[in-house]
Write a protein that binds this ligand. Structure first.
Ligand SMILES: Nc1ncnc2c1ncn2[C@@H]1O[C@H](COP(=O)(O)OP(=O)(O)OP(=O)(O)O)[C@@H](O)[C@H]1O
Ligand SMILES: [Mg+2]
Length: 236
């Protein structure tokens, strides 16, 4: 379990304070409005990106989380691009990976046609799939992805959610996203983040229309149909 005893970040105009939150194996999704603190939270957990951290007491399986790189694969909301071919980018962060593992990742993320291309020339969704393939090859116990669905078309949004749900069987996956319906359909837990404070993690069925409306400041209704969540604007 990834246990956040306290994470406090203070910027000039924004403060984040998360206390006593535990994330276990499974697909844990963080939802919340723009500027709510999702990216700051993830940066604070890994300690990258120089967030103004005041307090950071985080434990992985009851031990203080120090060697983050051994534990967490982190994909930030914006990742820089540079001139490197996809095949090399895939294994760049993974150390020694077998040819079979690479081939499986290429197939899983449907990127066979991209392996000889430069990272700089990929479309947004293609780059996202390549980045997720890279993360999968790192094979770490925690996967943290900021804005998983960003850039992905409808088909690949579902493919990625299925991938993360499967990874959740053996890893702790934490991802932020903006598509609340997709999140409520696939998540094992939902965490709502607003103004640097969280509610959760909680099971998706515990998230009410009132909670999600208050989180986004918009009248929203959640309905569930055959295991698929619908979230719509109820004030139109
Ligand atoms: N380095 C920084 N210095 C000062 N303020 C910052 C910094 N990074 C983020 N902020 C501010 O902190 C707040 C939270 O930003 P954050 O990026 O964590 O939100 P978010 O929930 O990820 O939003 P989005 O959905 O738009 O990605 C915002 O008001 C943002 O302007
Ligand atoms: Mg963000």
């Amino acid at each position: 379990m990834l246990k956040i005893e306290q994470l406090q970040i203070i910027y000039e105009n924004f403060g984040l304070d998360v206390e006593n939150a535990g994330f276990s194996k499974g697909l844990n999704i963080v939802l919340g409005p723009n500027g709510g603190g999702k990216s700051s939270f993830m940066q604070g957990v890994v300690g990258y990106g120089q967030p103004d951290i005041e307090q950071r007491r985080i434990y992985w399986n009851s031990q203080p989380l120090e060697g983050v790189e051994a534990v967490i694969s982190y994909l930030p909301q914006e990742n820089p691009r540079f001139k490197i071919i996809v095949a090399d980018y895939l294994t760049m962060t993974a150390g020694n990976v077998s040819h079979a593992a690479c081939s499986a990742a290429v197939e899983n993320f449907d990127i066979a046609q991209l392996t000889g291309r430069s990272i700089e020339d990929l479309s947004g969704g293609e780059f996202k799939r390549v980045q997720c393939a890279q993360v999968s090859l790192e094979n770490k116990p925690v996967i943290m992805i900021d804005e998983i669905e960003q850039g992905l078309d409808l088909k690949y949004q579902h493919e990625m959610m299925k991938w993360l749900r499967d990874e959740g069987n053996c890893r702790t996956v934490i991802t932020s996203m903006h598509d609340a319906a997709l999140a409520l359909t696939y998540a094992d837990t939902i965490t709502l983040m607003k103004e640097g404070r969280i509610t959760g993690p909680m099971p998706p069925w515990a998230v009410t229309s009132e909670m999600i409306s208050a989180c986004y400041g918009l009248p929203l209704k959640i309905e569930s149909k055959a295991g698929i969540a619908l979230v719509y604007h109820s004030g139109l």
